[in-house]
Design a protein around this ligand. Structure first.
Ligand SMILES: NC(=[NH2+])NCCC[C@H](N)C(=O)O
Ligand SMILES: [Mn+2]
Ligand SMILES: [Mn+2]
Length: 307
């Protein structure tokens, strides 16, 4: 099946400000070196690379009042919010190259504001080993890349929950999490309290990825905007070692392809984050290359004979 895709604007956000381990700041360049932009244009996508945003350096300081680098995280996310908003206003699809996962606060807040204005129904697919639903009270690390989903749902400091003015940017019902296998004890309680829809690895093992994705995509229609927030640590570390918070027992190659292919089949992909690629921990850029391979599938590359 050949499908027309909206024009795409790629931008890099070279920071690891939301993490305590450095290196994700080199992710954007690793994804470019792996050929992300060329791969999209080879698929017939009209794609431009806007280069990298800039922001404060990483002081690698300890948490203050439960947050590590809060001011810097806010500054980077304001830049992400503005860039994502501008790209969407031009009728283009933003692809954020991270950087760590705290940056999804800015990208998804912008997408949510855009959907409200355009009368679209937003659904967020959160592909991750982690639920990223911590708050300052319960975080084991103070790392804000463990908090973006909570911030987007209105739990967190005003400067992050109100990036787009209103809070919450989204509600838990709009989120589907896939590949989860590491949730901190306090975080687990909060996730249950807020009713987040989590397709964890046990569930995927039991029912299979096809059934999982059918449930994830249930109700998606012409009015739906799908935002995919792809933390590469969703993948099994054997195939994706280049990331800072590895958890064994992740999604395998074929399962990951099926996720992307089934999203592509909906034709409703509206925006994308590719985050947590850490070249300092990678081998021969294999994690970035795999991420590019999967992004190609999100844009309709298929091995199906019936196509
Ligand atoms: N986006 C990520 N890789 N998040 C990892 C979070 C790990 C842990 N749950 C924490 O809050 O510190
Ligand atoms: Mn993660
Ligand atoms: Mn994450």
């Amino acid at each position: 099946m050949t499908r027309r895709y909206p024009p795409v604007s790629v931008f890099g956000v070279p920071t690891d400000i939301g993490a305590s381990r450095r290196g994700a700041s080199m992710g954007p360049e690793a994804l470019r070196v792996a050929g992300l932009v060329e791969a999209l244009s080879a698929r017939g996508v009209d794609v431009e690379d806007l280069g990298d945003l800039s922001g404060p350096r990483n002081p690698l300081s300890p948490p203050v009042d439960g947050y590590r680098h809060l001011d810097e995280v806010v500054a980077w996310n304001q830049a992400v919010y503005q860039r994502s908003r501008d790209v969407l206003a031009q009728g283009r699809m933003p692809i954020l190259l991270g950087g760590d996962h705290c940056l999804a606060i800015g990208s998804i807040a912008a997408v949510a504001a855009h959907c409200r204005k355009a009368g679209k129904k937003l659904r967020v697919l959160w592909l991750d080993a982690h639920a990223d639903f911590n708050t300052r009270e319960i975080t084991p690390s103070g790392n804000i890349h463990g908090m973006p989903v909570a911030c987007l749902c209105g739990l967190g400091p005003d400067a992050l929950t109100r990036l787009g003015g209103e809070a919450p940017a989204i509600t838990p019902e709009q989120v589907r999490q896939i590949g989860i296998r590491s949730v901190d004890p306090g975080e687990k309680r909060l996730v249950k309290e807020y009713g987040l829809d989590i397709y964890d690895m046990r569930y995927i093992d039991e029912v299979g990825m096809r059934q999982t994705m059918e449930e994830v995509l249930e109700g998606v229609d012409e009015a739906t905007h799908l935002h995919v927030s792809f933390d590469v640590d969703m993948l099994d570390p054997a195939i994706a070692p280049g990331t800072g918070t590895r958890v064994p027992g992740g999604v395998n190659y074929r399962e990951a392809q099926l996720i992307m292919e089934m999203v592509a089949d909906t034709g409703r992909l509206g925006s994308l984050d590719v985050v947590e690629v850490n070249p300092a921990l990678d081998r021969r850029n294999m994690t970035a290359k795999l991420a590019v391979d999967l992004v190609e599938s999100l844009f309709g590359k298929s091995t199906l004979m019936r196509d």
